[in-house]
Design a protein around this ligand. Sequence first.
Ligand code: KIV
Length: 264
Amino acid sequence: MKKVTINTLMKLKEEGRKFASSTAYDASFAQLFEQQEMPVLLVGDSLGMVLQGKPDTLPVTVEDVAYHTRCVRAGSPNSLLMADMPFMSYATPEQACLEAAKLMQAGANMVKLEGGSWLAETVRMLTERAVPVCAHLGLTPQSVNIFGGFKVQGREQEQADQMVKDALELQAAGAQIILLECIPAELAERITKALSVPVIGIGTGNVTDGQILVMHDMFGISANYMPKFSKNFLAETGDMRSAVTKYIEDVESGAFPGPDHTIA
Ligand code: KIV
């Protein structure tokens, strides 16, 4: 696979071509993903749930993410590799810079942070210091205790309008990718059209520029539960390489996520 950069994704967005991405946590799967030409990988703090068996992502540390980032980078030298900044590792802009440096030095190309316009100053500070940022909006799992569960966000008009404003503000602050999780497809489409940077969705319908799945959901092997918007591509294809290829093809053609895997 040719080296993937933010410019690759910008070009795809300009050309109206969709792209797939997946979480990854180790070198072997990272290599398999790279061999099947998955352009973007994320070392998600979902590792707390799918690797560590915890009920949420809050116990994950920067050291955990840095360790798995080193593993994934070893298996996939050419993907655009994002790494999650864990809960409370970016409580202040200064702290965010120091912790993000550890993830960049572990091999990440970009860090991902959860939150709205309150993060703008942090995004600006990171970007000015050469740390590219993906901002995660919608169902931000680190806020599970504020939300009272893993619930769809953005259903109310006021909340939806605020999310559009947040996305624009984060883009203006320097965010190079916006990731949307579990929001109605109509809102995801509104945000995708309003932004010039690529938008990646999970549980948002096929309206965003890119899609992401937690790899354990793609293979139907999650320890906890399978979200309704995910799809077990392994069950459909019978082997892991074909499952990954089918996922990529279905995202690129717009076949996934279809109506059965979309939040109305
Ligand atoms: O941690 C993670 O895996 C994520 C995805 C749900 C996008 O943030």
